[in-house]
Ligand binder design. Structure first.
Ligand SMILES: C[S@@+](CC[C@H](N)C(=O)[O-])C[C@H]1O[C@@H](n2cnc3c(N)ncnc32)[C@H](O)[C@@H]1O
Length: 291
């Protein structure tokens, strides 16, 4: 029986280990599975003491389960945080191996790799960056967009950015320096001087993640719930939900934490299911939604 902790107009928050919950949802098909799984090297106590290989096996088994839950042209977007090897200034390759294993076991296509860059990231690891000064700030993570098909549903026109001042000037003047660039790329006059409603974004998503006084934090403080330590900035799920789904589509987050995914899906009128193992994070996430 599913342990549904709360429901909203569009979604449900389920408490449990996703390994146990997913088989119960096997009849569902999702247009987007968007998630940021736990990373055991950093969180060994909370998430069990899996070794690198155990972690790889665990995460890749979940990929195989998720594969069968995608709609025909659905996408899986997975973010895995960086990690350093304990006690030395060397970067762990486990996050990259995990992404590769996830792709391999799910037999997915890699549609595109994204970088989530947090310009406000505090210097870390402290020992090597601040004290010994032999490394620089670690301020990005990888996000992989995967699918069962090479052409999942996607439309970059739904995530256009504002044109730069320079581009607006160019659009006003209509004058563009067309012709061959040193890179041999041939810039045509018509395509570049045309107003397409905004600039096509790149695969680097910049989000500072500095919110300290939002409704969620206020609710957790009032109710004395622990604030989730690894919340995702809203810009990331917003980008992928907009680009890869339409209103009424189904979104799943099997490692929901503070339910940033469900919260954004709700605002964008997508149906959502979120799964989280820690009841306290679920209780706190309730504060994201109006009662
Ligand atoms: C990186 S956090 C996700 C944070 C989330 N994206 C947010 O914005 O709050 C990973 C979450 O997975 C949860 N978790 C760990 N193992 C789990 C499991 N087997 N099934 C479901 N959730 C799990 C952890 O409690 C943690 O909240």
């Amino acid at each position: 029986m599913l342990d549904i902790k709360y429901q909203t107009e569009y979604g449900k928050m389920i408490c449990g280990r996703c390994e146990d919950v997913l088989p119960e949802l096997s009849g569902c098909r999702f247009d987007l599975i968007f998630t940021s799984p736990p990373f055991p090297l950093n969180r060994a106590k909370s998430y069990g003491n899996m070794t690198g290989d155990e972690y790889l096996e665990w995460i890749s088994d979940i990929a195989a389960e998720l594969k069968g839950m995608l709609s025909e042209r659905g996408s899986v977007v997975v973010e895995i945080g960086n990690a350093w090897n304990k006690g030395e200034p060397t970067h762990s390759t486990l996050p990259m191996e995990a992404l590769l294993e996830f792709k391999r076991k799910g037999n997915f296509y890699l549609c595109q790799e994204f970088i989530y860059y947090n310009p406000a990231k505090l210097p870390s690891p402290i020992e090597w960056v601040n004290k010994k000064r032999i490394r620089v700030k670690d301020s990005f993570t990888r996000i992989w967009w995967l699918s069962n098909v090479p052409t999942p549903k996607a439309d970059n026109r739904k995530v256009l950015e504002e044109y730069s001042m320079q581009m607006n000037k160019l659009l006003r003047s209509g004058k563009y320096n067309a012709g061959k660039r040193p890179s041999e790329y041939n810039v045509g006059q018509t395509s570049f001087a045309k107003n397409n409603g905004g600039a096509i974004p790149s695969n680097v998503i910049i989000a500072p993640n500095t919110t300290s006084r939002d409704r969620y934090i206020q609710f957790c403080k009032e109710q004395k719930y622990g604030i989730h330590p690894a919340r995702m900035p809203k810009e990331i799920p917003t980008f992928f939900i907009k680009m890869l789904t339409d209103e009424g589509d189904m979104v799943l987050d099997p490692f929901a934490g503070s339910n940033t995914t469900g919260w954004i899906a709700e605002q964008l009128k997508r149906k959502w299911i979120s799964i989280e193992v820690e009841p306290e994070y679920i209780a706190g996430s309730r504060g994201r939604f109006p009662v």
